[in-house]
Design a protein around this ligand. Structure first.
Ligand SMILES: Cc1cc2nc3c(=O)[nH]c(=O)nc-3n(C[C@H](O)[C@H](O)[C@H](O)COP(=O)(O)OP(=O)(O)OC[C@H]3O[C@@H](n4cnc5c(N)ncnc54)[C@H](O)[C@@H]3O)c2cc1C
Length: 798
């Protein structure tokens, strides 16, 4: 062990070993992995080693595909046998809705380039997996890139390959303390103190404790998980191939062959947390006592699914713990408040995701950004409220129990709720509001009568008539929407304007004006679609998506300027928007002097309240965003509802907004706008001020403007009477895949299902005939001219 390294990776499980390997591979060879015990001594040694290409989250599926492709490379490079068995895999569906979902999922996988999969009937399932009972199975999805690995071999292979590239591995050496010394870390270990530029927390079961060493309370918890191994199954001795990795979603089990027996793992509904504050330091290479009573139901289903289990003995039980974050995705990346401290933890499927996690983190550390959008595993998707122990318990437990349960696009899950509520929440609930949640804040979806219960569905929801009525109100009279669920940052100080001018690619709004503003990375990738307000008194606001708060804050902190003060005022400010042809009359009835041009903004007295008002609306109508103090929220709602009573004002939710905005071809973050895309691809380049001499991403944006992007964002009209796109559906031209959808909704004003899609430039002309798979069924589609509703923008400007 040296006393100085560029990077110290804490933890020798599969994730730490992969991070070490990728750092060395990408050129940082002065790196060391420090392991408390021996390599694999956390969750890794006793994992089932299963690898699946498929994941309901397309970003995670892509990460898994990378990992699976990497495994044989690492095996070859290290010279260590990783016991790779690429048996292929089957996911079976026993419920009509699940079968419908699987057909849609198959198309999603095509979108992200996982082409080596196909839908299969019961006969093919039986042929490929002779030991399965196909009772109740409707169909399945086959994937070539599935199978299993030897877990210990895999960790050692990553480690050996890293060592060959110059990395050090120090076992039997616990990291005890971490101290930031201004420009480096002092890593206090059992074998001495190491000076390191960067530290990576890949502490697995102990990640929580390794976080606490630097004052972090990470949203992660271990849960226990069972699998069992059987003695030899005679039927398997009769066949000359291995049965595929098989996932029975409705049975809550996965199965793979193990020698001539099988391994069956269970995601039980009755989950069990284990050591929520992290494993004890003296926890060794040991197992937990199996608890068969708790998993009895799932076991009975497994015995029905694989009847041979009734005739052979169970040779071994494994009940071990591994870690989960609230949404089940890893916790990766830099932490805003702790310099040069990186996370690679909360990885619940290290063997199928660890490669991708290692690659992503190494890119981030070395290049300052990742090649592909890392949002779904970025630690910045969590905030301080997510460190709450009960929140972690409920959400990680919900994720575990629902690991094999299908979540419908219109389904709202209960864990960790309600956490944050705007002051008018109860009054809105009494008015029939149905709630979703964004980053812990309850957000209105739509308003419906008390006795209405929405049916979870992959197709258009039965709440659609309520949403339609809300859209109609906005288009024909006025709608009132709670806009508490946005982030708001106040920027002041002598250096504020100069800082904003460099941060944003957009021309800054003049005093009393607001503007949509684009933030780019130096490589020209999108980093934000925000709204800038220049209140005219030296105060600026940056307004954005509520759930991106921590992420934006980290970006702002990384690009801090002199003489400016940035305050996150999101928790102090609430608001409502009023939009529709009658909006002006409603606003002028509470403030006759209120006269604002389109995109104008100012401070006004509305009744007893002093509010900040902007004249803009995502609905495409003449609209106002009204911001008040949190304790004035109830009064603001009451006043606006009273003022709007004679003008057809109706409360609306975000489901209506999603429909209204897509009729205007307005993109939103996480759908049309992501860190994978550029301004030119998404049309956001129309907000770039090309005359500005300097802003982040300028050179890259100019290059792309001159070269032209390969794919562009278009609006599609679909012939789809019963379902709308939800994103990642493949788009075809005469059997060739030429793009994918980014989001969809029914456009109630234009009377058509609308989607937005990234397509190859050659297919972007309005009128181009295409097809799109929606919920697995191919539908006719046509490229529409942008903004199918009110293309000239007369309604919103007028
Ligand atoms: C029963 C079971 C079945 C599973 N099946 C699968 C499967 O089929 N496929 C799959 O992909 N995943 C599976 N998993 C999950 C998989 O095991 C984990 O995702 C993976 O092992 C996590 O790896 P890790 O490196 O993050 O953590 P760990 O393996 O827990 O490694 C963390 C390491 O950090 C070390 N460490 C911690 N703190 C310190 C410190 N302060 N100083 C020095 N060292 C420290 C620990 O000793 C440990 O070795 C399964 C897990 C279980 C329990």
């Amino acid at each position: 062990m040296k006393d100085q390294y560029r990077v110290v990776v804490i933890g020798g499980g599969v994730v730490g070993a992969s991070v070490l390997y990728h750092l060395a591979k990408f050129g940082w060879t002065d790196v060391a992995l420090v392991e408390r015990n021996v390599l694999t001594a956390g969750s890794s040694w006793h994992a089932a080693g299963g690898i699946h290409a498929l994941n309901a989250d397309p970003n995670m599926a892509a990460l898994q595909a990378y990992t699976i492709d990497l495994l044989s490379e690492v095996e070859a490079e290290s010279g260590i046998d990783i016991g790779l068995h690429m048996t292929g895999g089957i996911t079976v569906a026993c419920d009509p809705n699940r079968w419908e979902w699987l057909q849609g999922a198959y198309r999603t996988f095509q979108t992200i380039g996982i082409d080596d999969c196909h839908l299969m009937g019961v006969d093919e399932i039986k042929e490929k997996c002779p030991i399965i009972s196909t009772d109740g199975i409707i169909g399945g999805l086959w994937a070539d890139r599935e199978g299993y690995v030897d877990t210990t071999g895999t960790v050692h292979a990553y480690a050996r390959a890293a060592k060959k590239r110059g990395a050090d591995i120090i076992e039997h050496n616990k990291v005890e303390e971490l101290h930031w010394k201004g420009d480096h870390w002092q890593v206090v270990t059992e074998k001495g103190t190491i000076r390191a530029e960067h530290v990576v927390n890949a502490g697995g079961l102990w990640a929580k404790q390794c976080g606490r060493m630097v004052g972090l309370d990470l949203p992660v918890s271990p849960l226990s998980h069972h699998y069992f191994l059987t003695e030899t199954i005679p039927e398997l001795e009769q066949i000359d191939f291995e049965v595929p990795m098989t996932v029975d979603l409705e049975g809550f089990t996965y199965m793979r062959q193990d020698k001539k027996g099988i391994l069956v793992g269970i995601y039980e509904v009755d989950h069990q947390h284990w050591m929520m504050d992290g494993a004890p330091w003296n926890y060794g290479i040991e197992l937990l006592q199996e608890d068969t009573d708790r998993i009895e139901n799932e076991l009975m289903m497994a015995f029905d699914r694989y009847p041979a289990l009734n005739d052979v003995g169970i040779s071994d039980w494994v009940n071990g713990a591994f870690t989960f974050s609230p949404d089940g995705n890893p916790l990766v990346g830099p932490v805003e408040s702790v310099p040069n401290y990186w996370l690679a933890c909360g990885v619940m499927a290290g063997f199928l995701q660890g490669g991708g996690v290692g690659k992503t983190l190494a890119e981030w550390m070395i290049h300052g950004d990742t090649e592909t959008d890392a949002w779904s595993m970025d630690i910045a998707r969590y905030g301080p409220q997510h460190s709450n122990r009960e929140y972690i318990k409920q959400t990680t437990g919900q994720f575990y129990s629902r690991r094999f349960v299908m979540t419908y696009p219109n389904e709202q899950l209960p864990a960790g709720r309600p956490l944050r509520m705007a002051p008018a929440h109860d009054a809105m609930t009494a008015a029939g509001c149905r709630w979703g949640q964004s980053w812990g804040l309850e957000t209105p979806l739509y308003f419906a009568p008390e006795d209405f219960v929405e049916t979870p569905s992959l197709n258009r929801s039965d709440a659609s008539p309520f949403v339609e009525a809300e859209c109609k109100a906005v288009r024909e009279a006025a709608g009132l929407l709670d806009i508490t669920g946005f982030s708001r940052f106040e920027v002041t100080g002598a250096g504020a304007e100069a800082w904003l001018d460099t941060l944003f690619a957009t021309k800054l709004p003049k005093p009393g004006r607001s503007r949509l503003a684009v933030m780019l990375s130096p490589e020209g990738k999108l980093k934000g679609d925000l709204t800038l307000f220049n209140w005219g008194d030296g105060t600026w606001w940056i307004m954005g998506s509520y759930y991106l708060r921590e992420w934006h804050k980290r970006w702002f902190a990384d690009h801090e300027g002199p003489d400016m003060i940035l305050r996150d005022i999101s928790d102090d400010v609430c608001g409502f928007s009023v939009a529709g042809p009658n909006a002006k009359a409603i606003m002028q009835s509470v403030q006759p002097d209120l006269e604002l041009p389109f995109m104008g903004c100012g401070t006004f007295d509305l009744g007893l309240l002093r509010c900040k008002v902007g004249r803009l609306s995502v609905t495409g109508e003449h609209g106002y965003e009204i911001h008040c103090r949190a304790n004035e929220h109830i009064a603001l709602r009451r006043m606006l509802l009273e003022a709007g009573a004679g003008h057809g004002l109706r409360e609306v939710g975000f489901n209506a907004l999603l429909s209204l905005r897509i009729e205007k071809s307005y993109g939103i973050w996480s759908a049309e706008f992501t860190q994978d895309r550029t301004a030119a691809m998404t049309g956001m380049d129309r907000w770039i001020d090309w005359q500005k001499p300097d802003f982040i991403g300028r050179d890259a944006a100019i290059k792309e403007r001159d070269d032209g992007p390969e794919q562009v964002l278009v609006t599609l009209g679909l012939d789809s009477p019963d379902a709308d796109c939800s994103g990642y559906e493949p788009v075809w031209s005469n059997g060739t895949r030429i793009g994918f959808t980014t989001s969809g909704a029914y456009g109630y004003t234009v009377g058509q299902s609308i989607a937005m899609a990234m397509v190859d430039r050659a297919y972007a002309e309005p009128g181009t005939e295409l097809t799109v798979h929606v919920v697995g069924i191919e539908r006719q589609a046509k490229v529409l001219a942008p903004s199918p509703y009110d293309p000239d923008g007369k309604a919103m400007r007028g």
